[in-house]
Design a protein around this ligand. Structure first.
Ligand code: SF4
Ligand code: SF4
Length: 331
C-alpha cells in the first residue's frame, strides 16, 4: 500500500464514543471489529444521482438491521470487496461519472453509506479530498447513525454536503436495547448539526418498528421541533430483518397516526415511506412492554445482557447475537 498516513487515526482509534483506543491497523478489534476501511460494493443510485460507496462495519448492533451482513461484517460470514486504495476508488468514480449511462442518469455526486461511514472518517476525507482536486464543486452525501465524537462529527460535516441522520429511539434504555449503544452522543450531534449547519441536513429519519420503537417517534419529533420546527423528518416502515426477521412491519394506519402525532408535536415537515399491507397497529400496550419485547428478541438470539451495552460487554468480540445463514449449520 502506498502512503497510508491518512490512516494514522486508526492506530489509536477514538473516532466514536466507544473510544476503544485500539490499533486497527495492527488487527486489534474495537467494538466495531473493523480494521482497515473496507468497501462492500459501489454502485449508481438513480434517485439520489450519486456514485454510492457502501462501507463495511458498524459501531452498533441494531436488532432490525436491514444490512446486517454488511454492518456485522466479518461476523456475518459474508465476503465483500475489501480495502480499496483511495486513488483507485477515485479513479473508478471519475470513470463512472464519464459513462453515457451515468450522464443519462444525471449522476454527479458521491455518497457514502454502510454499515456506518463515520468509523471510516479518515478514509472518507482522503477520498473526498482527491475527488475534489478533480471536481472542486463535487457534492458529497452521507448516511449516518450519528454515533461519533463531536470532533468526528465536525470532520463529517466539513467533508459532506448533506447528511441523512437516523435516530433509532429516544429513551436511553430502549436505545441501548435496540442498538447496544447510548443515545446521548447522537442527540448532541443532532443538535449540533441542526443548530449550526441546518443546510447540511437532508433528512432525519427513524425506522418504525411496531411494538418496539413506535412510541419513540413523537418523542423524537418533539426533540427536533425544539431545535427547529422546519427540520425534515421521515418515518420509514420497518421491513423484517436480522433479529426481527419474524416480526411484522407497520400498518399504513400506524404510519399515518405517527405522522399526525409528529405534526401535533409542532414539527411541520414530516412524511413517511413504506408500510406493510399485512402490518400491525399496536395500541394499548405500554413502553415497558416494548422494552420487554425488545429484550425477548435479544434473548432469543443469544444476548442476555441487561442492560444491554455492547461497549462494555465482554462478548463484544464474539457476539452470540448474530444470525448465521441456515445452510452453514448443515452437516
Ligand atoms: S468502535 Fe469506534 S472507537 Fe472503537 S475501533 Fe470502532 S470506530 Fe474506533
Ligand atoms: S452479547 Fe454483548 S456484544 Fe452481543 S449484542 Fe449483547 S451486549 Fe452486544
Amino acid at each position: 500500500m502506498n502512503n497510508q498516513r491518512y490512516l494514522n487515526d486508526l492506530k489509536n482509534c477514538q473516532l466514536c464514543p466507544w473510544k476503544c483506543g485500539v490499533n486497527r491497523l495492527a488487527g486489534e478489534g474495537g467494538v466495531c471489529r473493523v480494521g482497515l476501511p473496507e468497501v462492500a460494493y459501489t454502485g449508481l443510485t438513480q434517485v439520489l444521482k450519486t456514485f454510492a460507496v457502501t462501507l463495511l462495519g458498524c459501531s452498533f448492533r441494531c436488532i432490525y438491521c436491514n444490512a446486517y451482513r454488511i454492518s456485522q461484517y466479518p461476523d456475518s460470514g459474508w465476503m465483500y470487496r475489501g480495502y480499496v486504495q483511495p486513488d483507485v476508488l477515485v479513479h473508478e468514480a471519475l470513470s463512472v461519472f464519464k459513462t453515457n449511462f451515468a450522464q443519462k442518469m444525471g449522476v454527479e455526486k458521491l455518497s457514502f453509506t454502510g454499515g456506518e461511514p463515520a468509523i471510516h472518517t479518515p478514509y472518507l476525507e482522503e477520498v473526498v479530498a482527491q475527488m475534489r482536486e478533480q471536481l472542486p464543486d463535487l457534492e458529497v452525501g452521507l448516511a449516518t447513525n450519528g454515533f461519533c465524537t463531536p470532533q468526528t462529527m465536525k470532520r463529517l460535516v466539513k467533508l459532506s454536503s448533506y447528511l441523512n441522520f437516523e435516530i433509532k429511539a429516544f429513551d436511553p434504555e430502549l436505545h441501548y436495547a435496540v442498538t447496544g449503544a447510548p443515545i446521548e452522543p447522537i442527540l448532541e450531534n443532532a443538535k449540533f448539526i441542526a443548530s449550526e449547519n441546518p443546510e447540511k441536513i437532508r433528512v432525519f429519519r427513524t425506522v418504525v418498528i411496531p411494538g418496539v420503537n413506535d412510541l419513540e417517534v413523537p418523542k423524537i419529533a418533539n426533540f427536533l421541533q425544539d431545535i427547529d420546527p422546519d427540520l425534515p423528518y421521515r418515518l420509514v416502515g420497518f421491513r423484517p430483518h436480522f433479529l426481527l426477521y419474524y416480526h411484522p412491519g407497520p400498518s399504513r394506519n400506524l404510519m399515518h397516526k405517527l405522522v399526525e402525532e409528529c405534526k401535533e408535536a409542532g414539527l411541520k415537515n414530516v412524511d413517511y415511506s413504506g408500510y406493510s399491507p399485512d402490518g400491525t397497529l399496536i395500541t394499548g400496550y405500554s413502553f415497558n412492554n416494548r422494552l420487554k419485547n425488545t429484550y425477548n428478541f435479544l434473548n432469543q438470539a443469544g444476548c442476555y445482557r441487561r442492560p444491554r451495552n455492547c461497549g462494555s460487554c465482554p462478548e463484544n468480540q464474539y457476539c452470540p447475537a448474530i444470525i448465521m445463514e441456515p445452510w452453514t449449520n448443515l452437516p
